[in-house]
Design a protein around this ligand. Structure first.
Ligand SMILES: NC(=O)C1=CN([C@@H]2O[C@H](COP(=O)(O)OP(=O)(O)OC[C@H]3O[C@@H](n4cnc5c(N)ncnc54)[C@H](OP(=O)(O)O)[C@@H]3O)[C@@H](O)[C@H]2O)[C@@H](O)CC1
Ligand SMILES: [K+]
Length: 569
C-alpha cells in the first residue's frame, strides 16, 4: 500500500513529480487530470447524496491554468450525472493553458453552461449554491489583487453551503500556508497525490478545511528518481518506537540525567524526569536545586537525586557535578533552571564535559543566546533582550493574525531591509562552535527569536526557511515548537501534525524533553527520537484533550495519556 499522506510537498516538488510522471513515464497529462476531476466530482457527489436536498446548484469558478482545467472537467462530469452545474471562467483567456482550452472545448461539447468573469459579479449565490474553487492551484505565482481578490472575497462572504477547493484553496501559498493577498476559505480541499505543505501549516490548515488526498496516478517516487524533503508521522508510524527486550532489567536501558528546576521550579524537573521514565529510560537522575529535594522525593521516588545549594556552588561542588555528568547516557538541561549565573555555570560545565546525546531546552536556550551575544563582536549590534526576551510561548492565534497584518508585514520588511541572513549564519556558526554534534535544541518561537536575533513574526512567517538556516552546515537538530512543530537536521525534516492548543500550557515543553530523552535511552537515534517524541507528545495531548477539553488540559495529563498513545493496538 502506498501511503501518500506521510510526505508533505512544496509546489516545486509537486510540479517535478507531475512532470516526471508525464515526461518520464509517459502518462498523458490529460489522464492525470481526468483522474483528478473524477475525484473532485466523487467528493462533491458524495456530499450531495448525503445531504439529500433538492434544488442544489453547483457553481465552478475556474482560472485559466490547469487548476481551472481540473474544475471544468469536474463540472462536466457532474453535469453529465444530471446535476445543475454552471462554469464561471474568471481567469484571463490570454494566459489559458492548452489543457484548459481542451477541457473547455469538451465542456462546450457537453453543453455545460459557461459564464464569464463579468457575469460572475452579477451571479446570485443563494443558500443552495455549492461552490467548487478552481481559480489557482500550485501555479499561484504572485499576490492576488484586483478582480481576483474581489472574486475570492465574494466567495468567502456569500457561499453559505459548502466550498470545495481543487488541490489548494485559491490564493493560498502551497509552500508556507499564508494567503497571498486573499485566499478562499474552503470546507473541503481535494489535493492531488500528496498534501501540500501550505495545507498543514498555520494559517493554511484553517483555510483548507478538511483535506482529502486523492491518488490520481502519479508515478511512485522511486520510479521517477525523487525523494521528498518533508514528512510527517501518523499513528501507524509508532511501529518505530524502540522495542522492549523480552529479557531485560533496568540495566538494559539507558540512564537519563535531567538537569532542571531552580529553587522555585520543581515542577519542570518532575515533568521531564517522569516523562523520561514513561518512555523508556532505565534510570533517571535529577540534578536540581536543594529546595526541590523533598517535593521530588515525594512526587517521583523512582528518580535518583543530586541536589546543589544555589548559594554554595563552589568549584568543588562543580567537580562533583562533572562526575555526575559522566554517569549519564543521555542528558537534558534547561527546564526551569532559571537564568542565573549558577545555571550558566552548570550549562558551561555540561557543554565542556558531555560525551553523550544532549537536549537543550527552556532557560538553557536563553543562556545560549546570551553566550552568543558575548561571543559575537561587540562592535556589532547585539540582540536586545527586551526585543527578544523568551518568556511565555507564543500565542499562535495572535501570531496568525499578526502575520497577515500590516504592522507585522512592516516589521518583516524592516528586518529584510536592515539585516540579512549573514547574521543568522554567524550566530549559528558560533553555536556550532560551542555545542557537541547532534545536540537537540527545543526552542519555542520566542526562544529561537532570541537565539537567532530575528523577530518572532519573521520566524513565524518563514518557519521552514528559518529551520533550513538553523541546520545549514552543522550537525545540530532543531525542534522548533509551534502549532506545527518542525524538527530539522541536515538530513531530515519533519513537520508534526499531532497536538492541540490545549497543550500550550505550563510544563508541556518539559514533558517533551523528557520524552525525547526517554526515546534516546530506549535506543532511537537523536533525530528520530526528536521527531517521534514530538508526535507522541502531541498524540498523548490529543487523547488527553478528548477527555478533558482544551481548557482543562495540563502537562500532567499529557504524561497520564502517554501509555495510551504508545500502545500499538
Ligand atoms: N498534468 C498536470 O499538469 C496536472 C495538473 N493538475 C492541476 O494543475 C494545477 C497547476 O496548474 P498550473 O501549473 O497551470 O497553475 P495554476 O494553479 O492553474 O495557476 C496558473 C494560472 O493562474 C494564473 N495566476 C497565477 N497567480 C496569479 C495571480 N496572483 N493573479 C492572477 N493570475 C494568476 C496564471 O496566469 P499567468 O501567470 O500566466 O498570467 C495561470 O493562468 C494543480 O494545482 C492541479 O490542480 C492536476 O490536474 C494534476 C495533473
Ligand atoms: K484551487
Amino acid at each position: 500500500m502506498v501511503i501518500y499522506m506521510k510526505y508533505l510537498v512544496s509546489s516545486c516538488e509537486m510540479k517535478e513529480i507531475d512532470e516526471r510522471t508525464i515526461e518520464g513515464m509517459g502518462i498523458p497529462a490529460i489522464v492525470l487530470m481526468e483522474h483528478a476531476a473524477m475525484k473532485v466530482a466523487e467528493t462533491v457527489e458524495a456530499y450531495l447524496k448525503e445531504q439529500k436536498c433538492a434544488n442544489q446548484r453547483i457553481l465552478v469558478c475556474c482560472g485559466t491554468g490547469n487548476n481551472g482545467a481540473d474544475g471544468i472537467a469536474a463540472a462536466r462530469i457532474l453535469y453529465g450525472k444530471g446535476y445543475e452545474v454552471t462554469i464561471s471562467i474568471v481567469g484571463d483567456m490570454k494566459s489559458a493553458s492548452s489543457l484548459f482550452l481542451q477541457q473547455k472545448e469538451i465542456a462546450e461539447n457537453f453543453s455545460v453552461p459557461i459564464i464569464s468573469k463579468l457575469d460572475f459579479a452579477e451571479y446570485t449565490i443563494d443558500e443552495n449554491t455549492i461552490l467548487i474553487d478552481a481559480i489557482f492551484g500550485i501555479g499561484l505565482s504572485r499576490e492576488v489583487t484586483g478582480i481576483y481578490k474581489d472574486i475570492i472575497n465574494k466567495i468567502n462572504t456569500s457561499v453559505k453551503r459548502k466550498v470545495f477547493s481543487v488541490d489548494v484553496p485559491s490564493g493560498l501559498s502551497s509552500d508556507n500556508g499564508f494567503p497571498q493577498g486573499a485566499a478562499v476559505k474552503a470546507d473541503v480541499t481535494i489535493s492531488f497525490g500528496y498534501s501540500k505543505i501550505g495545507l498543514v501549516m498555520y494559517p493554511g490548515c484553517e483555510y483548507a478545511g478538511k483535506v482529502e488526498i486523492a491518488d490520481i496516478g502519479f508515478a511512485p517516487l522511486g520510479k521517477i528518481g525523487m525523494s521528498l524533503k518533508y514528512h510527517t508521522f501518523e499513528r501507524e508510524d509508532l511501529i518505530l518506537l524502540p522495542p522492549r527486550k523480552a529479557y531485560s532489567n533496568k540495566g538494559s536501558y539507558k540512564k537519563v540525567l535531567v538537569v532542571a528546576g531552580s529553587a522555585t521550579m520543581s515542577g519542570a524537573a518532575f515533568f521531564s524526569a517522569k516523562a523520561a521514565y514513561m518512555t523508556g529510560a532505565g534510570l533517571v537522575k535529577v540534578i536540581t536545586s536543594e529546595n526541590n529535594r523533598i517535593s521530588l522525593q515525594t512526587s517521583l521516588p523512582e528518580a535518583l537525586l543530586y541536589t546543589y545549594k544555589e548559594e554554595e556552588l563552589t568549584r568543588n561542588a562543580l567537580d562533583l557535578l562533572a562526575e555526575e555528568i559522566k554517569w549519564a547516557d543521555v542528558c537534558v538541561i534547561g527546564p526551569g533552571i532559571g537564568r542565573s549565573e549558577i545555571s550558566e555555570k552548570i550549562l558551561t560545565l555540561i557543554l565542556e564535559n558531555i560525551e553523550v546525546p544532549l537536549i537543550i531546552d527552556g532557560d538553557a536556550i536563553w543562556l545560549l543566546g546570551q553566550k552568543l551575544n558575548s561571543l559575537i563582536d561587540s562592535s556589532r549590534e547585539k540582540v536586545k533582550e527586551e526585543d527578544f526576551s523568551p518568556g511565555e510561548p507564543v500565542n499562535h492565534n495572535i501570531l496568525a493574525e499578526l502575520s497577515v497584518s500590516k504592522s507585522a508585514d512592516k516589521s518583516i520588511q524592516k528586518f529584510a531591509d536592515n539585516t540579512n541572513e549573514n547574521k543568522i549564519e554567524e550566530r549559528i556558526a558560533s553555536l556550532k562552535g560551542i555545542l557537541p554534534a547532534k545536540t537537540i535544541l527545543t526552542p519555542h518561537l520566542k526562544e529561537l527569536s532570541y537565539l537567532l536575533g530575528v523577530p518572532v513574526e519573521v520566524i513565524q512567517k518563514e518557519l521552514l526557511h528559518m529551520a533550513d538556516n538553523c541546520i545549514k552546515e552543522n550537525n545540530l537538530i532543531f525542534t522548533i515548537k509551534d502549532a506545527r512543530t518542525v524538527v530539522a537536521s541536515k538530513e531530515h525534516q519533519y513537520i508534526n501534525m499531532s497536538g492541540n492548543n490545549g497543550m500550550a500550557t505550563g510544563g508541556s515543553g518539559d514533558v517533551l524533553t523528557g520524552i525525547i530523552a526517554g526515546l534516546i535511552a530506549g535506543g532511537l537515534t537523536e533525530f528520530l527520537a526528536a521527531a517521534l517524541g514530538v508526535y507522541l507528545h502531541g498524540l498523548a495531548g490529543d487523547y488527553a484533550c478528548r477527555e478533558l477539553g482544551e481548557y482543562s488540559l495540563m502537562a500532567s495529563d499529557i504524561i497520564k495519556y502517554l501509555p495510551e498513545a504508545m500502545s500499538l493496538e
